[in-house]
Design a protein around this ligand. Structure first.
Ligand code: GTB
Length: 217
């Protein structure tokens, strides 16, 4: 059965592929699984029908037969476990790839999202100028460590995996991408991810939603 995912009807990122449906689209493209997309408005996300699938009223969700999932990381893991191409066959390598998935969504993402939220919500506050360098430092600390681990490898642990997919996806967010110039190997890592045909298809599909909405408005 063709799975259905949800995405923003009108994404605030204006087609830049920064919302979390992007990781799910990319994973589905990597494994060659066709999918349908149900676009939802902010209001629809808070209605009982959507809340029955996503308890927090967000996107993305994933529905396939009787299975309904939320959380982009869980959805990508589900896709990776059921299709070849996103997790190594060797059990230890697979466990390490899953560790990178968790690292992307927790350890790497946390300071990036914290800085992003701070800029969005607190830029007019008197403490903004004093606190921003602290949050910049937290992002840099993480990127220094990630850069050291990646070294001159193409991917984080052997071949491309769901761990790389989620890490690239997180680093694309503005609060990560703003610093990539300081870490050429991370910039190249993100560029390698973005050059993958599956990424490009996923990006084009989500961008088409924005383009269609703009044309209609
Ligand atoms: N942990 C969840 C996951 O990974 O699936 C987080 C899901 C989530 O944050 N969903 C957001 C959402 O539905 C969209 S992705 N928000 C609506 C709401 O909470 O009411 C976050 C996002 C939104 C917008 C941009 N942007 O404009 O750049 C980037 C990322």
């Amino acid at each position: 059965m063709t799975p259905t995912i949800t995405a923003f009807e009108s994404s605030p990122d204006r087609g830049r592929g920064l919302a979390r449906d992007m990781a799910v689209r990319w994973a589905l493209e990597e494994v060659g699984q066709p999918y349908d997309v149900r676009l939802v408005s902010f209001a629809e996300m808070k209605q009982p029908a959507h809340l029955s699938i996503h308890p927090f009223g967000q996107i993305p969700t994933y529905e396939e037969s009787d299975l309904a999932l939320f959380e982009s990381g869980a959805i990508v893991l589900h896709i990776a476990e059921r299709h070849a191409g996103l997790l190594p066959a060797d059990a230890d390598a697979r466990a390490r790839a899953i560790a990178w998935m968790f690292a992307a969504l927790t350890t790497v993402q946390a300071p990036i999202v914290e800085r992003e939220g701070f800029i969005l919500l607190e830029k007019d506050r008197p403490w903004f100028a004093e606190r921003l360098p602290l949050l910049d430092g937290r992002v840099r600390d993480r990127l220094v460590q990630l850069s050291a681990r990646l070294g001159d490898a193409d991917w984080l642990d052997g071949g491309f995996s769901a761990g790389d997919l989620l890490t690239v996806n997180v680093l694309r967010r503005p609060a990560g991408a703003n610093f990539l110039g300081e870490y050429p190997n991370l910039a190249a890592f993100v560029a390698r991810g973005e050059a993958r045909p599956a990424f490009r298809r996923a990006f084009a599909d989500q961008h088409a939603v924005f383009a269609a909405a703009s044309a209609g408005s």
